[in-house]
Design a protein around this ligand. Structure first.
Ligand SMILES: Nc1ncnc2c1ncn2[C@@H]1O[C@H](COP(=O)(O)OP(=O)(O)OP(=O)(O)O)[C@@H](O)[C@H]1O
Length: 742
């Protein structure tokens, strides 16, 4: 964002009656330096101060605007204040403050007298003059006036008795304001004069040894211009704050009584904080102590904020004030390095369009930077220094025709006839600043480029949302299908063999494993993750066969076993009592068996099972799993733990003979994956690892394999696996073996 430094003007007042003028403070004008004829306010002029301790030493303070004792109110106004009025009408806030030791001429400069009006009355007149030239906008002026007395804010537009202390607040945009401050509309200069003269009487003034009418408070007069454009339905709001600060006081000189001393302490404290704020800004400090006084809080926008600033340093002549003069000048030197970031305050009164998601990120800020101001402030008056006339021209090309600045389709003010002249209006300059040679809009982009960016952003956002919706739809579809499966299973379980949908897919329904996995808490982690992985693989395209091709034999067996476990669960009408609502689904079971088959394609028993279930599904028959074997007592179980297993599914999970390790028992060698003849529904009781397909709570009294082993006191040799990583199958029963052989 463009920045604008606070402009400094220094004014040395004339010697007052009875004052000794030892010429220790002097204004060296440019014409004196160059041999010209300027007598004040010239660019490159210098304030020189003789060192009080060493008269041979002279300190020089160069400022762009220096006014000597002969300077007039008109010169100051014309050179430094008038350009600010132009800026105000461009929708920017301007703050002009008079600073200096007590009796240095601040009030004289700002307020002046009836016969010699100062900045305030002149500024008001200029503003009304400018207002009268504007025909395309409805312009209204409002005045507010406050004082900060002993660090409290009072409204000067209400009588003192009715003036409560006003709170200083901050709005959402971070702008500080005084709550409940009166803002009076003014339509003529006379109206303003009446209000202002009345309000000035409310201001706290007291007599001191140095000033018969010394300001005991800081006064802030604000004139706000509201420019409504009926065509564009926009309002441009400019503001000028005219601040007459109370003067720093040396109580030895002022001879203050205790009551004055309290005022003086408050004045000095607030001015001290002002100095700290300026110092902090110069140092680039992370924390600026604005909040340490009401004065700095209220001037926050003028100090490192968004307004354009002019500091008028008032200096008193004579050795008596030399130290104060040096302090003032040092403050001025620090202040001139403070950078503000002026913005144009423009409000669009049209009803806000529904914000578009893609436009949010590229919405322009509410307040727009005013780059031309920077140029105006930084280049204004900083000429070569040669032959600078005493009455310089305005920093900003003075145009009585304000124009609403900014590109982006804003209608400028219409050019009124004569006043326009060939000069460019200030707002025109702003527009130029915003538009560089390539016709860009200040942010380095042409309108076309901005449009393109918007289009791209919209397209990307639409694509993203479509994708999101697509994903959500898929998810819903999966859930719906899973639910359907469940319902269908339920229906089949109770529906007496009603026909299945002929469209039933042959593949495993997407997402079907997920709920199972959630419920089968007894599956070991490895298998769970394997199933999850398979689930994911399935989602990606049902590539089990290919996957099986790349798996190691052991992995194949494990994966096959996992599928068989789940398939068996679904082949039952109700999976287990403990699982409550889970119903078996024959179609799902069939799909799972087929998956298993892709990992153990040579397993005969598995093939048989698939054929059986296919038949049941095809003929709408219920698949009757083998009944569970009668529960055995613990004692008996421990003895028979290695007994032939009648759980054909467990047997079906058994590895092929060829894959059985040579060290396993004969029974194991004879066991065969898929070796089943009947569906007993009984879990494999003696698997070395916890059976995959054993559902928790099915038989709470059943002893887990390891316990069985312990209880069997080493008798359960047959169930021991020589390889923990490999699931060791049980041997089929004699009956099973016979049938297989048959
Ligand atoms: N440029 C000037 N020309 C003539 N008289 C001036 C000028 N500046 C100041 N004075 C006079 O000097 C006296 C003190 O000025 P003023 O009250 O403006 O000082 P101040 O800085 O406002 O003091 P304080 O801080 O105490 O309010 C007044 O009598 C005023 O008329």
């Amino acid at each position: 964002m463009a920045t604008a430094k606070i402009k400094i003007a220094a004014r040395l007042r004339p010697r007052l009656h009875g004052e000794l003028d030892d010429e220790s403070v002097k204004v060296i004008l440019t014409d004196d330096l160059t041999g010209g004829s300027s007598s004040g306010g010239g660019t490159g002029s210098v304030i020189s101060v003789t060192n009080p301790r060493d008269p041979s030493q002279v300190f020089k303070f160069p400022f762009t605007s220096c006014y000597d004792q002969e300077s007039t109110q008109e010169e100051i106004f014309h050179n430094d204040v008038q350009p600010m009025i132009d800026i105000v009408y461009s929708g920017v806030t301007v703050t002009i403050f008079a600073y200096g030791v007590t009796s240095s001429g601040k009030t004289h400069t700002m307020q002046g007298t009836k016969s010699d009006p100062g900045v305030i009355p002149r500024a008001i007149r200029a503003m009304f003059e400018m207002k009268s030239t504007i025909t395309t906008h409805d312009v209204s002026l409002h005045v507010s006036y406050m004082e900060i007395y002993k660090d409290e804010v009072y409204d000067l537009l209400v009588t003192r008795e009715n003036a409560p202390k006003l709170p200083v607040r901050e709005n959402d945009a971070g702008m500080v304001f005084v709550a409940n401050l009166t803002s009076e509309p003014i339509s003529t200069v006379e109206e303003f004069d009446t209000i202002y003269n009345q309000a000035t009487k409310h201001r706290s003034v007291g007599a001191t040894n140095l000033n018969r009418a010394s300001s005991r408070s800081h006064a802030v007069l604000t004139i706000e211009t509201r420019m409504f454009d009926p065509v564009e339905n926009r309002t441009l709001t400019g503001k000028i704050n005219l601040v007459d600060l109370a003067g720093s006081e040396n109580n030895k000189l002022t001879g203050n009584d205790p009551s004055r001393m309290a005022e003086s302490a408050a004045i000095n404290k607030s001015l001290s904080v002002l100095g700290q704020v300026v110092h902090a800004l110069n140092q680039g400090a992370s924390r600026i102590p604005y909040r340490n006084s009401k004065l700095t809080r209220i001037l926050q926008d003028a100090l490192g904020g968004t307004s354009v600033g002019l500091l008028i340093c008032n200096l008193a002549p004579g050795i008596k004030f030399r130290q104060d003069t040096l302090n003032t000048l040092n403050f001025a030197v620090r202040t001139k390095n403070v950078e503000n970031k002026p913005v144009i305050h423009e409000r669009d009164n049209r009803p806000a369009p529904k914000p578009h998601f893609a436009a949010v990120a590229i919405q322009p800020p509410a307040a727009k930077p005013a780059p031309a101001i920077v140029q105006a402030i930084s280049t204004g008056g900083s000429g070569t220094g040669a032959g600078i006339p005493r009455s310089r021209s305005s920093l900003v090309p003075v145009s009585r025709v304000p124009r609403v600045s900014m590109g982006g389709g804003h209608q400028p003010f219409a050019l009124p006839s004569a006043a326009a002249a060939p000069r460019k209006g200030f707002s025109e300059k702003i527009k130029e600043e915003f538009s560089d040679r390539s016709g860009t809009l200040g942010i380095g982009l042409t309108e076309k480029e901005i449009d393109e960016r918007i289009s791209r952003a919209v397209e990307a956002e639409v694509a993203r949302r479509l994708e999101e919706r697509e994903r959500a739809r898929d998810q819903e579809e999966q859930e719906r299908r899973a639910q359907e499966q469940e319902l269908e299973s339920e229906r089949l379980g109770t529906g007496h063999g009603k026909s299945r949908s002929p469209k039933k897919e042959q593949s495993l329904p997407s997402g079907v494993l997920t709920p199972l996995l959630k419920r089968h808490r007894d599956l070991d982690d490895e298998l769970k993750s394997r199933l999850q992985e398979l689930e994911n693989k399935f989602e990606r395209g049902n590539k089990e066969v290919q996957l099986a091709d790349v798996l190691s034999p052991v992995s194949k067996k494990k994966t096959g076993r996992a599928y068989v476990a789940l398939a068996r669960a679904h082949s039952e009408k109700y999976i287990t009592a403990s699982l409550g609502t889970i119903k078996g689904d024959l179609q799902v079971a069939l799909d799972l068996y087929r998956k298993a088959e892709s990992y153990v394609p040579d397993n005969v028993k598995l093939k048989e099972r698939i054929i059986e279930i296919e038949w049941a599904v095809k003929n709408d028959k219920e698949f009757v799993p083998s009944p569970k074997p009668p529960r055995k007592s613990k004692k008996k179980k421990s003895k028979t733990v290695a007994a032939p297993v009648v759980d054909e599914d467990a047997a079906m999970d058994v590895d092929d003979d060829a894959e059985i390790k040579s060290t396993t028992t004969r029974r194991r060698q004879k066991a065969e994956f898929g070796m089943e003849l009947t569906n007993t529904g009984m879990e494999s009781p003696t698997i070395g690892k916890r059976p995959l397909d054993t559902y928790e709570g099915d038989d709470e009294t059943e002893t887990p394999p390891k316990k069985q082993k312990r209880k069997g006191k080493g008798k359960a040799v047959a169930v021991e696996s020589s390889d923990d990583d490999e699931w060791v199958p049980l041997a089929p029963s004699k009956k099973t073996r016979r049938q297989v052989e048959a």
